[in-house]
Design a protein around this ligand. Structure first.
Ligand code: CMX
Length: 432
C-alpha cells in the first residue's frame, strides 16, 4: 500500500502537469463507422494495469505472458506463476519479490472469510440459478461491509478514495475463491463444502476448495488460469463495465458485480462454457471423441449455416492466436497431451481459421483464450461447464480492481461519453 501510494502520488502530479501542457492535443479521430461499430479502436480511456497489442497480445505493465511465466514468483514445486504476483505487478508496477508475494498471500488469507449472510442468500436461491448470477449476487451481498461506502458517507476527502477502494478490493479478491467454491459445491455437490486450507496460496486453496482433484497439476493449472485471465486492457466489456460503474463512485462491490454481468455474455466470458458445450455436442452427434478432419469441418459448417458463431474464435482487438490460448496449450502439451478433448481443441486450431477466413468478414480467424480453457478443466474433472465463467471472473477481479484503485488515485472523473441519434448523423452528413 505504501509503495502504491508513492507511485500514485507521483503519477497524479505528472499527469496534472502533462494535461496542463498537452491536454488539447488530438490523439485520435472518430469515424461514423466506430459509433455504429461498438467503438472499436477508439482511444477513450486510461488503464494503467495492462495494454493489448493486436499482434503481440496482452502485456501486463510491459511484460508478456511468456515473460511472466518465467519472472513471477512461484509456489514450491510449481512451474506456473502465483496470481498474487500478477496483482502486485498490476497495482505497484514492479515484479514482486518472493517475500512480497508471500505477504500478499497471507494478507488475502486473513481477509478471506465469507459472512454468514452471503452463504444464507446463496442457499436461498434455486439450485439451477446460473453460477454467474450467483457470483454477481454473492459479490453484491458483500457490499454491506464496503469500507469505501462507509467512509464516503462519513465525508472521506477525495485524496483518500484510493485507500478505501484498495481496502475493499483486497477484501473482495480475498473472498472470491471461497465465494466461487461455495457456489460450485452448492450447485453441483449437494451443498457439501470443503474448508479452506490455511497452508495454501490463493490459487491452490481455490483448487482445494473446489474439491475436484487434489492433484498438484490441477493446482498449477489454477495458478496459471487465474494469472492469464486477469486483465486485457480497459476496453473489454467486463473491464469497461467495472470502470464505468466505479466512475460514479460506486464502491468495488457494485462495480465488480456490474463487470461480472458483462462477463456473463456469450460474446465475452461465457464463450468458455460455449466452447466446451459445442465440442461435447459434436462428440455426441458424431458418436466419437476422435473425429476426422472432414467430420469436424462439416460440424463447423453446420454451426455457421445455422447463423451461429464458432465459440472461442475471433476477437475484437487481437489479430493473431491469443497468447493466453498458447500458454494453455503449452500447459496441455506438458501435462495432458493424450487427452481426447484436448486433441479436438488442437485440431480445431488448424481447421477453423481457414473456414472463418473464407467467410470474408471475420477480422480475426484465430482462437482466443476461451478456445482452450474448458478442455483443461474437463481433464481434471471440472466438467460442469456452466461454472467456467465464474473461474474467469475470479481472475478478472484482480485486473479490474487493481485498475479501479488506480482510477481513484488518479482522480478519474465520472465517465460520460457523448451519444448521437441516427437523425443527427444524417444531419451532420448533409452539412459535411
Ligand atoms: N464465428 C463466426 N462468425 C464470426 C466469428 C466467429 N467466431 N467471429 C466474428 N464473426 C463474424 C461476426 O459475427 C460479424 O458478423 P456480422 O457482420 O454478420 O455481424 C463479422 O464476423 C465481423 O466480426 P469481427 O469484426 O471479426 O468481430 P467483432 O469484433 O465484431 O466481435 C467477437 C468479436 C469476439 C465477439 C467475435 O469474434 C465472436 O463472436 N467470437 C465468438 C465468441 C467468442 O469466442 N467470444 C470470446 C472472446 C474473448 C473473450 O472476451 O472472452
Amino acid at each position: 500500500k505504501q509503495k502504491f501510494a508513492e507511485k500514485a502520488a507521483a503519477l497524479f502530479q505528472e499527469n496534472r502537469a502533462m494535461l496542463k501542457e498537452h491536454g488539447d492535443k488530438i490523439i485520435d479521430q472518430v469515424a461514423i463507422r466506430q459509433l455504429y461499430g461498438g467503438m472499436r479502436g477508439m482511444k477513450s480511456m486510461i488503464w494503467e494495469t495492462s495494454e493489448l497489442d493486436a499482434y503481440e497480445g496482452i502485456r501486463f505493465r510491459g511484460y508478456s505472458i511468456r515473460e511472466l511465466r518465467k519472472l513471477l514468483p512461484k509456489a514450491p514445486n510449481c512451474k506456473e506463476p502465483l496470481p498474487e504476483g500478477l496483482f502486485w505487478l498490476m497495482l505497484v508496477g514492479e515484479i514482486p519479490s518472493q517475500e512480497e508475494v508471500n505477504w500478499l498471500t497471507e494478507e488475502w488469507k486473513k481477509r478471506g472469510e465469507l459472512p454468514a449472510r452471503t452463504t444464507a442468500m446463496l442457499d436461498a436461491m434455486p439450485a439451477d440459478t446460473h453460477p454467474m448470477t450467483q457470483l454477481s449476487m454473492g459479490i453484491l451481498s458483500l457490499q454491506n461491509d464496503s469500507v469505501f461506502a462507509k467512509r464516503y458517507e462519513e465525508g472521506m476527502p477525495k485524496n483518500e478514495y484510493w485507500d478505501a477502494y484498495y481496502e475493499d478490493s483486497m477484501n473482495l479478491i480475498a473472498k472470491l475463491p471461497r465465494l466461487a467454491a461455495y457456489i460450485y459445491r452448492r450447485t453441483f455437490h449437494n451443498n457439501e463444502h470443503i474448508a479452506a486450507d490455511p497452508s495454501l496460496d490463493w490459487g491452490a486453496n481455490f483448487a482445494h476448495m473446489l474439491g475436484i482433484s487434489e492433484h498438484a497439476d490441477f493446482k498449477s493449472l489454477m495458478r496459471l488460469y487465474l494469472t492469464i485471465h486477469a486483465d486485457h486492457e480497459g476496453g473489454n466489456a467486463s473491464a469497461h463495465s467495472t470502470h464505468l460503474v466505479g466512475s460514479t463512485l460506486s464502491d468495488p462491490y457494485y462495480s465488480l458485480s456490474g463487470g461480472m454481468n458483462a462477463l456473463a455474455g456469450p460474446l465475452h466470458g461465457l464463450a468458455n462454457q460455449e466452447v466446451i458445450k459445442w465440442i461435447l455436442e459434436m462428440v455426441e452427434e458424431l458418436g466419437t471423441d476422435t473425429p476426422t478432419n472432414e467430420q469436424i469441418t462439416e460440424y463447423i459448417n453446420q454451426t455457421l449455416e445455422a447463423g451461429k458463431v464458432i465459440p472461442g474464435y475471433g476477437h475484437a482487438v487481437l489479430r493473431q492466436p491469443d497468447p493466453r490460448y498458447i500458454a494453455q496449450r503449452h500447459f496441455a502439451e506438458e501435462y495432458i497431451k493424450d487427452d481426447a478433448i484436448v486433441s479436438i481443441v488442437w485440431k480445431l486450431f488448424t481447421i477453423v481459421p481457414p473456414i472463418l477466413q473464407d467467410l470474408g468478414k471475420v477480422k480475426n480467424p484465430w482462437p482466443n483464450v476461451d478456445a482452450h480453457s474448458g478442455a483443461l478443466l474437463m481433464h481434471y474433472g471440472l466438467k460442469e461447464f456452466s461454472f467456467y465463467t465464474v473461474l474467469f471472473g475470479v481472475s478478472r477481479a484482480m485486473g479490474v480492481l487493481a485498475a479501479g484503485v488506480w482510477s481513484r488515485a488518479l482522480g478519474m472523473p465520472l465517465e460520460r461519453p457523448k451519444s448521437m441519434t441516427s437523425k443527427a448523423i444524417k444531419e451532420f452528413l448533409k452539412k459535411s
